[in-house]
Every structure is written in structure tokens, then in C-alpha cells.
Design a protein around this ligand. Structure first.
Ligand code: KG4
Ligand code: ZN
Length: 342
């Protein structure tokens, strides 16, 4: 079965053709970063207009000579104007080609992105989705049953990277720049808090961001090396919390497999720490290659394949939503309370 995926939830216009949920035939991504760079963030109106300009070209590139059996489109969470462009494109194509159209949750796309590169990956698994808009710990007992264990109470991890980079005048998006500068920095140079939030699986990154703000205010001139050190110190704190909570949850729930997705999963230090910790604790971490961690349409096609195989009714619901209510995820409460300290 060949699925055409379409993704336009934020600032990437993407289309992909994926066979049987795992074999990527084509993946086309047109990034809008150059358009949003000067605003240090995504401007929704500019994003919607750019999707309108680029979506047909990207879909044509993905379609090539193969005819899909179904279409999958991101219906949220995301920017409503941007989502509508993808949905209208998918519906028009579905009508023209007489194909079913599946509405897919962007977060589930990120969660399942690792499947594209790990053919043997099967549920049950613990999922960590870390992107610009979301930081969530999830449990998948089956392909179709995703439950929420914890989520950020304020900033998402990627949002914290972007805002810290903005405070330091490092450009947009902040994650890749901080990742690069941190490689030459000393992570112990600045003392940063670890927002552990005892007894809950939720996260919080806004206090950490404020710590960086106070550091910048107190040290009015930073050398390049100071900046590298601050990037490394900030990044290490985010990574400590993400890795610490993820492995604590895997241990509490007795889950061996951990699946990680979302733009921040492209972070080199996070990847290194996840893999090292997995070795130490006899767990297995599945994380997509960096190009499939950030927004793409192959993950949307892949999610549609596995969800429809397990009987999801996603094709009946194409309602575009900026924020998804819960469900689709049931919040999981006790008896798996998080420990009080790392
Ligand atoms: O998943 P994604 O492409 O879009 C959303 O769904 O939000 O994630 C984008 C986020 C941005 O905040 C960006 O700064 C972050 O992912 N990101 C990174 C890295 N590459 C992208 N964060 C840390 N390190 C990276 N290497
Ligand atoms: Zn995303």
C-alpha cells in the first residue's frame, strides 16, 4: 500500500510517498526558515501564504510516477491557516483521484517517525516527542492506542531552545545553533537549574529560560567562549531532564523500547546521552535520523498506514485543530508516580 503524506502544520511544506509504512519512495520538504528568520520565529500569515505557493510543487515532486492508494494529511496541532492549506490540497486530490483521505495528528507522526528506519520496531513502547510546540511522554500499547503520561506545563523544549537563542542573538531556529556552539562549550561553566518536577511526569522549561535571561542580565558582556559555555550549560540541563524523566518512566512502566521524535530529537547531545543511557540501563532507544526528526511528510504517511491497519477511524475526521483536546490521548494517572528526585 502506497500512501501520499502531506504536512503543512507549521513552517515546512512537505509531501512524501511511503510504501507499506516504512519504505520512503520520495520525501520532499520545502523549508520556510529563510522567510521567518528576520522575525526570529514563525509568522502565521507568512507561513500560510508560503504553503499556498509551494504545496502543489512539493506534492507533484512526491507523486512522481507512482499512484498512491491513500492520502494522509496533518490536521493538527499546528497553525490553523497552514493546516487548512494541507487539508484542502489533500481533499481536492482525494476527490480527483478517488482516494481515501486520513487526518493525522502531527505528534503521532513525530512519535512514529522512527519506524521509517527501524523495521523491527513494534509496540509496546514509551514515546518522547520533543518539538518546537510539544514535549510529551507517551505510551503506545498498540499502534492505535496512544496514552499521555506527561507533557510540558509551559514552554516546549524546542521553544526554550529558540527563545534562549533569541535572547543571545544567535538567530532562528535556535536549536541547531545552540547544538553547534555547545560542542565547543563547557557545560559546567554556568550553573543552571534542573526542572525535575517531582512526582509527576510533566515537564517545565520556562524557569530554565529565565535563568539564562538573568545570567545575560548579570553579565552584560559575554565573550564568544562565554556564549558557547552558556549554550552548553543550558543544553545540558534540558538534556538531563529529558533523559532522566524518560528513563525513570521506562523503568517505572517496565518498558524496554523507547521511541524518540520531534525536532529536538535531532540534537546531537540528546542523541548521544539517550544512546549511552540505553546501553547502561539495558533499554533500546529508537530515534529517526535528524532529517526525519524535524517536520516531514513521510512520518505522516507512515502514521496513517499503521493506524489504518489497526482499525483507526482517522479518515472520517478531517477537522482541523490548532490544539488537540485529550482525547486523542487519555491522560494516564498513577500508580506510576514519578520519583521525587533523579
Ligand atoms: O518538530 P519540528 O520540526 O517542528 C515542530 O513541530 O515544532 O521542531 C522544530 C524545533 C525548533 O524549536 C528547533 O529549534 C528544534 O526543533 N531543533 C533543535 C535541533 N534541530 C531542530 N533543537 C535542538 N537541537 C537541534 N539540533
Ligand atoms: Zn513537528
Amino acid at each position: 500500500m502506497i500512501v501520499l503524506g502531506i504536512e503543512t502544520s507549521c513552517d515546512e511544506t512537505a509531501a512524501a510517498l511511503v510504501e507499506n509504512g516504512r519504505r520512503i519512495l520520495v520525501s520532499a520538504v520545502s523549508s520556510q526558515i529563510p522567510l521567518h528568520k528576520k522575525y526570529s520565529g514563525v509568522v502565521p500569515e507568512i507561513a500560510s501564504r508560503a504553503h499556498v505557493n509551494w504545496v502543489n510543487e512539493v506534492v507533484e515532486k512526491a507523486l512522481g510516477k507512482d499512484k498512491p492508494d491513500a492520502i494522509a494529511v496533518t490536521i493538527g496541532p499546528g497553525l490553523v491557516g497552514s493546516l487548512l492549506v494541507g487539508r484542502m490540497t489533500a481533499e481536492a486530490l482525494g476527490w480527483a483521484l478517488s482516494l481515501p483521505v486520513h487526518g493525522i495528528n502531527h505528534i503521532e507522526g513525530h512519535l512514529l517517525s522512527a519506524i521509517l528506519e527501524y523495521p523491527n520496531l513494534r509496540p509496546p513502547f514509551l514515546g518522547l516527542v520533543v518539538s518546537g510546540g510539544h514535549t510529551e511522554l507517551l505510551i503506545n500499547k498498540t499502534w492505535n492506542q496512544t496514552e499521555l503520561l506527561g507533557r510540558t506545563r509551559d514552554d516546549a523544549a524546542g521553544e526554550a531552545f529558540d527563545k534562549v537563542a533569541k535572547m543571545m542573538n544567535l538567530g532562528y531556529p535556535g536549536g541547531p545553533v545552540i547544538d553547534r556552539l555547545a560542542k565547543e562549550g563547557d557545560a559546567t561553566a554556568f550553573s543552571m537549574p534542573r526542572p525535575w518536577l517531582p512526582q509527576t511526569w510533566d515537564f517545565s522549561f520556562s524557569g530554565l529560560k529565565t535563568s539564562v535571561l538573568y545570567t545575560l542580565r548579570d553579565r552584560n558582556k559575554l565573550s564568544l567562549q562565554d556564549k558557547k559555555n552558556l549554550c552548553a550549560s543550558f543544553q545540558e540541563s534540558v538534556v538531563d531532564v529529558l533523559v532522566g524523566k524518560t528513563f525513570a518512566a521506562a523503568a517505572a512502566l517496565g518498558l524496554k523500547n523507547i521511541v524518540v521524535g520531534g525536532g529536538v530529537a535531532a540534537n546531537s547531545r540528546l542523541r548521544e546521552r539517550l544512546l549511552r543511557e540505553a546501553q547502561l540501563r539495558n533499554k533500546k532507544v529508537y530515534v529517526a535520523s535528524p532529517a526525519f526528526c524535524t517536520d516531514n511528510a513521510a512520518m505522516i504517511a507512515c502514521a496513517a498506514y499503521f493506524k489504518s491497519r489497526s482499525g483507526s477511524k482517522s479518515k472520517q475526521d478531517l477537522t482541523v485543530r490548532a490544539v488537540f483536546p485529550f482525547p486523542p490521548y487519555k491522560k494516564k494517572i498513577g500508580p506510576f508516580l514519578a520519583p521525587s528526585s533523579l
